[in-house]
Write a protein that binds this ligand. Structure first.
Ligand code: GTP
Ligand code: MG
Length: 397
């Protein structure tokens, strides 16, 4: 199960850093009575009961002012977009404009929120405030104190908070990524990684590095070759149980690897990880139904990787046009940029591997298309389909 990102938000001095320290059992974040103590976000990996690995993200106050303060507020807003679960802390029964805007933002993003009235040892939660929030937003408030965690009587406030966190976690669990090789039990795997002019200097790209790491974790034996040494490898070494290739050389590799050996690509494995995989499986064959004048949206989630950029802007559109023989229009939207056109103007949406965004971000990105019944595909699956590589429901040839 992947890491669950839990963000703590609220005004300055409400006790965000104190709560991070309390949950992690360590003095991770600096706590002080000076408002604006936390400037840059502080991240701490912890294990929470039943939820496994979580990343706590302590943020700067949402009410900070001045030039630097505004930058901090913007930084907190950027983090708000990345979290799976949000805690909004408030004190003194003040749940004002900032908190309401934040709460509504999370609602729009389908991010579960837990409201925490902190410092309740100083000023207890006013039942009228709790009722108003319950009526307006259908949300409970946890009465909490970092200083006196027995505030809830027999049930400690920490236990109550953990119970709320677990409830929120169950809501986001369906988005959580699976491993690239989850459900695939191969102990000898060959990876085909082209090192061409588009490869980054001195390192492997993320899906390749992730695959190697995951296979090593599974105690599999991993071999790595370039496309031009693949033949030599197959002639001189025992046959691998699975071959994983870069999508761009899918057909070349498929021609050389014996039909008896299961074959897939890094981007298909990335697609398998995602909660959208079943939509990709359904959507990809719809490429064959595209008509002249159809418009296709390409969602490219990293902004810095030149080889992805080239695939999304040049290679994929060329492949679509060649395969369908139709005149098609393409829009590329990079990063988490806004999609300008109405989603209903598109006949298909093609998502990149999504290795640079969280599974929830990917899910949210594709949700409007899925809701509107527009076929969605992923780079690797679309490429395999158009290159004539037939994949099973498990993503394997
Ligand atoms: N009495 C009481 N004091 C608390 C509680 N939680 C935090 N504090 C105190 O409140 C002050 C602010 O706590 P922080 O954890 O630094 O607050 P913060 O929200 O991280 O503040 P910024 O980083 O400035 O945004 C510190 O003096 C804490 O010791 C609480 O539940 N009760
Ligand atoms: Mg702080």
């Amino acid at each position: 199960m992947a890491l669950t990102n839990i963000g703590l938000f609220g005004r300055r001095n409400v006790g965000k850093s104190s709560l991070v320290n309390l949950l992690s059992g360590q003095e991770i974040s600096i706590v002080s009575s000076v408002p604006g103590t936390t400037t840059d976000a502080v991240r701490k990996r912890i294990e929470l009961p039943d939820m496994g690995k979580c990343l706590l993200i302590d943020t700067a106050g949402i009410d900070d002012s001045g030039d630097l303060g505004t930058m901090r507020v913007e930084k907190s807003a950027a983090i708000a977009r990345q979290v799976d679960i949000a805690l909004i802390l408030f004190t003194n029964n003040i749940f004002g404009k900032e908190e309401r805007e934040l709460l509504e933002f999370f609602r729009d993003e389908d991010t579960p929120v837990i409201l925490v009235h902190n410092q309740s040892d100083l000023v207890p939660l006013d039942p009228a405030v709790a009722v108003e929030l319950a009526e307006t937003y259908h949300i409970d408030v946890v009465e909490f104190s970092c200083k006196n965690t027995d505030i809830q009587g027999s049930e400690s406030a920490v236990e109550l908070l953990l119970a709320y966190l677990y409830k929120a976690y169950l809501q986001v669990a369906p988005y959580q990524q699976r491993g690239m090789f989850e459900g695939l039990d191969y102990s000898r795997v060959l990876l085909v990684c082209p090192i061409d002019s588009e490869a980054p200097e001195g390192r492997l790209i993320l899906p390749q590095a992730m695959a190697i790491r995951e296979l090593l974790d599974k105690r599999a034996i991993v071999s790595v070759v370039q496309p031009d040494t693949l033949k030599q490898y197959l002639e001189t070494s025992p046959l691998p149980e699975l071959v994983v290739t870069d999508s761009q050389v899918f057909s070349e590799v498929a021609a050389v690897v014996p039909a008896s050996v299961p074959l897939t690509s890094f981007s298909v494995l990335m697609a398998r990880k995602s909660s959208c995989y079943k939509h990709y499986l359904e959507g990809t064959p719809k490429i064959s139904n595209l008509q002249d004048g159809d418009r296709i949206l390409i969602l490219e989630s990293c902004t810095h990787h030149s080889s992805c950029e080239d695939i999304g802007r040049v290679k994929l559109p060329a492949l679509f046009r060649k395969f369908t023989g139709k005149s098609l229009e393409f829009d590329v939207v990079a990063g988490l940029d806004k999609i300008e056109r109405n989603i209903s103007e598109y006949s298909m949406v093609v998502q990149c591997g999504g290795c640079m965004i969280t599974s929830k971000q990917l899910h949210m990105r594709l949700k409007p298309a899925i809701k509107a019944g527009i076929p969605v595909a992923n780079y690797g699956m679309a490429i395999a389909y158009m290159k004539g590589v037939k994949l099973s429901a498990d993503g394997i040839r």
